[in-house]
Design a binder for this molecule. Structure first.
Ligand code: SAH
Ligand code: SF4
Length: 380
């Protein structure tokens, strides 16, 4: 419910929620499917464009509901086809969404929170502190906005978005209900019809919520590992102090084995020069992951001002990759896209207007995983 208009935002409703909405306003449940198609397949936000819905019901909908995506502050398209949107959410903060086209697929990187409370030492979102949780409409609204950019509303839009990764700003498992609702809409045929293997949630390791996730949805999981032992991980990813590696990997393993068919965990590992890129770290990682079906995505650190970290040399990155590869792992190194629109990892900028942890106006240089082989993207 929008507090200022008193209207329900239909954009963020899952199919069962949409059916309940129609029941509540005294209408038939089948209307849910009609409206969802208009909203998500055709990109419509105007009830009058819904030609298979009679005038009386359209008027009733206008009185009770709205279709409202987050406000688009900017949209940029790179020479390589990468697109970046900065959108403003209800709290007044801005978050980013990036679309990365690749041969035969298109991956959308979506934000779940403005800021993040978890404060990983090399992440600029963490440096902002937590600002707000996005609503379900704001999470799916990023997909809606991106999708609309590939069509002419209200014509049916071709499916340019084949994969979604919850790897934008924020920790998705700390905005659980809204992210789960949005992911249901991503996978619903009345929504975006994206296969469950191609919707990936990335987490820094909120163990109890990994367990919860497995109970309510079937999506691919990516774990932001970044360190192969507790001592180092405590320093880089502070939530590790609460949920250490053994507990975390067990929860991840349980999650993927609970999915039924053969699935793998994606391991994200940001390489930080002189910190977690030594051969001994690769060796520890090989041991740690020995019994876990996984593929590894190495992310060379993307620097931002005052981070205190550096990106390793290409040689060091290759050496690390080779060691994992020789141990039998599927290892990719994330490449940078969209340089000319600052859409590369570590170059995304979100303005956070009202912040909880710092009073001065702050321009956040945001790291988004613009990926040569995004977690979900290589799962076909
Ligand atoms: N909060 C979730 C998802 C968002 S971050 C998580 O942590 O998994 C997406 C990925 O980008 C994470 O693996 C994160 O650790 C990584 N990342 C953050 N800052 C980075 C930087 N400066 N350079 C490279 N990768 C970074
Ligand atoms: Fe939050 Fe993820 Fe950044 Fe850690 S890496 S601070 S969990 S957004």
């Amino acid at each position: 419910m929008n507090a200022s208009t008193g209207k329900v935002n239909l954009l963020g409703l899952t199919q069962p929620q949409m059916e309940s909405f129609f029941e509540q306003i005294g209408e038939k449940r089948f209307r849910a499917g009609q409206v969802m198609k208009w909203v998500h397949h055709f990109g419509v936000d105007d009830f009058d464009a819904m030609s298979n819905i009679g005038k009386a019901l359209r008027e009733k909908l206008k009185a009770n509901a709205e279709i409202r995506g987050p406000e688009v502050v900017s949209e940029d398209i790179s020479a390589d086809g990468t697109r970046k949107w900065v959108v403003r959410v209800a709290s007044g903060s801005c978050v980013e969404t990036v679309y990365i086209p690749q041969a035969g697929r298109g991956t959308l990187c979506v934000s779940s929170q403005a800021g993040c409370a978890l404060d990983c030492s090399f992440c600029s979102t963490g440096k902002q502190g937590f600002n707000s949780n996005l609503t379900a409409a704001e999470v799916i609204g990023q997909v809606w906005i991106a999708n609309r950019s590939f069509g002419t509303v209200p014509a049916k839009i071709d499916r340019a978005i084949t994969n979604v990764v919850m790897m934008g700003m924020g920790e998705p498992l700390l905005n659980f209900d809204n992210v789960v609702s949005a992911m249901h809409i991503m996978m619903d045929d009345l929504g975006y019809g994206i296969s469950k293997r191609k919707v990936t949630l990335s987490t820094s390791g909120v163990v109890p919520m990994i367990e919860e996730l497995g109970k309510v949805i079937d999506v691919s999981l990516a774990l932001s590992l970044h360190a192969p032992n507790d001592e180092l991980r405590n320093e880089l990813v502070p939530i590790n102090r609460k949920y250490p590696l053994a507990m975390l990997l067990e929860a991840c393993q349980r999650y993927i084995s609970g999915l039924g068919e053969k699935r793998v965990l994606t391991i994200e590992y940001t390489l930080l020069k002189g910190v977690n890129d030594h051969p001994e770290h690769a060796e520890q990682m090989i041991e740690l992951l020995a019994s876990i079906p996984c593929k590894i995505n190495l992310i060379p650190f993307n620097p931002f001002p005052h981070s205190g970290y550096e990106r390793p040399s290409n040689n060091a990155i290759r050496r690390f990759q080779d060691m994992l590869h020789k141990a039998g792992h599927n290892v990719t190194v994330r490449t940078t896209r969209g340089d000319d629109i600052d859409a590369a990892c570590g170059q995304l900028v979100g303005q956070v207007a009202d912040r909880t942890r710092r009073s001065e106006r702050y321009i956040a240089v945001r790291q988004l995983p613009v990926d040569g082989a995004p977690a979900a993207a290589s799962q076909s």
